[in-house]
Design a protein around this ligand. Sequence first.
Ligand code: GLN
Length: 248
Amino acid sequence: KITVGVLALQGGVVEHISLLQKAAPYISSPDTSKSDFDFDFIQVRTKNELAACDALIIPGGESTTMSIVAQRLGLLDPLRDFVKVQGKPVWGTCAGLVMLAEEASATKKGGQELVGGLDVRVLRNRYGTQIQSFVADLRLPFLGETDTTPFRGVFIRAPVVEEIISPSAEAVTPGDGKKEPVEVMGVYRKPSEGGEDDDIVAVRQRNVFGTSFHPELTSDIRIHVWWLKQVLDAVGEQKTGQGAGVQV
Ligand code: GLN
């Protein structure tokens, strides 16, 4: 059984769970029978629920609020441990990407407590306010070179990755302590501007994945399927790393 949690303090929780449920039947592994990796999708509001998870989604919403609630519930440090020490797969969408950034450029006053894990600085609300929300076709090569169907990216007060930053000297890294680089997984090319002005809207660094947009607000399960496959691989690796005899 693989338990995948969605942080349920605020934001688009049920939408992610519903898309995960739709994606799960598409995950298959050639050398295990299906029952070996049945998924359980749960909402996470407590440390114990987090501890039960093999992987986590931090949904969209409002990252300052999410961060304050996480702090009050004593979840910030357990989340940091989950991402950076245990190195479990985590995906943040929109506000979730902000939470997973090491740095965020605050648009208004003050900073906010972040979970971190991605060596990036995000610029919050890159495209303006709620009414400047938009949908744009994205080409996401990680979905497969043969899959040329664009992905409808839903951008709502979306952040973008403004800069890839160097890891701080005291950065904690899971496992072997090897720091892996940030990979750009997707860009949004604004119609009227040149290629130089691409905005980075999807990134991955080791176990941490982030998107500026909201796949959970579409009915397109492709990214959820892709991510669940990554989760399956990571869980497999962790179990083999721990030696034989551990049931998945
Ligand atoms: N603008 C929000 C933030 O900075 C994110 C918006 C969203 O998740 N749709 O937290």
